[in-house]
Design a binder for this molecule. Structure first.
Ligand SMILES: Cc1cc2nc3c(=O)[nH]c(=O)nc-3n(C[C@H](O)[C@H](O)[C@H](O)COP(=O)(O)OP(=O)(O)OC[C@H]3O[C@@H](n4cnc5c(N)ncnc54)[C@H](O)[C@@H]3O)c2cc1C
Length: 236
């Protein structure tokens, strides 16, 4: 199986400008970034950038997955969950064309695995990574995504090869394993040639990883990363 480049490109600060922004869904806003500094920018699918934010109380740094990278023209998109709290969500809600900012990247150390069966599990914050990574997998890969969202309006297009199972909170609180754990537990997996990625709230990620280990999935068959902390701001 051929997997795209897994050499992590070097990271540095890039000066960029917001060239546009629009809602992808009612709770996710896409921010278009561009600038000559981004020409030649290299990243592997699912890597992210740290956005340097200025807030009334000082600088803050938040990580967002790189989407739709065009290294020739020097542009990329960030899809940000508008969850209503914190400097990252506030920035994305108010972001306007013309704003200049600095990003640092690429960050992230989760490469695609060479397995015939691949499963992505996560919440809204993981949709950008799931979309980018799934799109880069060889066409012969059997791909399932189990994604928790606030409501049905948060569904968004993913690569056609992905069998997507949307789990809708419908008023339930984000950052619990209540929907994801049973869905993952029920999923039939082959005994080998498989890989699972878990990107969600940190404690949820730990619970889902433990569930997979208890099901006999090996640590090397799991890529798990906490994307946010429930009730607590990210450091930075
Ligand atoms: C490698 C990586 C890639 C990421 N990619 C993306 C991405 O592409 N898009 C994206 O939107 N996020 C992404 N995230 C998650 C994002 O960095 C965090 O959600 C971050 O906490 C947002 O900062 P904030 O300032 O909005 O909230 P914070 O200041 O960190 O937190 C403020 C409050 O909001 C709550 N909160 C934070 N995030 C969420 C959430 N998603 N849902 C509900 N409540 C939340 C916290 O529990 C806290 O109570 C990624 C994280 C990592 C580590």
């Amino acid at each position: 199986m051929t997997i795209p480049n897994t050499i992590f490109p070097p990271a540095r600060v890039y000066a960029v400008e917001i060239t546009g922004a629009e809602l992808v869904t009612p709770r996710m806003r896409r921010i278009h970034l561009a600038g000559p500094d981004l020409v030649g920018f290299a990243a592997i699918p699912g890597q992210d950038v740290v956005v340097h934010l200025r807030t009334p109380t000082g600088p803050a740094h938040r990580r967002y997955t790189i989407r739709n990278l065009d290294a020739t023209s020097g542009s990329l998109d960030l899809d940000v969950v508008l969850h209503g709290h914190g400097p990252g969500a506030r920035w994305a809600e108010a972001a306007q064309p013309g704003e200049r900012l600095e990003i640092f990247g690429p960050r992230g150390k989760v490469p695609l695995a060479p397995a015939a069966r691949q499963v992505f599990v996560g919440d809204e914050s993981a949709i950008p990574a799931i979309a980018e990574m799934a799109a880069a997998l060889p066409p012969s890969t059997e791909i399932t995504a189990i994604i928790e969202i606030a409501d049905a309006a948060e569904r968004q297009p993913l690569p056609p090869a992905v069998d997507v199972r949307w789990l809708v909170r419908d008023g339930g609180e984000p950052g619990t394993a209540e929907l994801l754990a049973p869905a993952l537990d029920e999923l039939a997996l082959p005994d080998a040639d498989r890989h699972l990625y878990v990107f969600a709230e940190s404690r949820v990620v730990r619970a889902l990883r433990d569930l997979l280990l208890a099901k006999g999935v090996g640590p090397a068959e799991i890529s798990a990363k906490g994307y946010w902390n429930k009730g607590r701001a990210m450091r930075g």
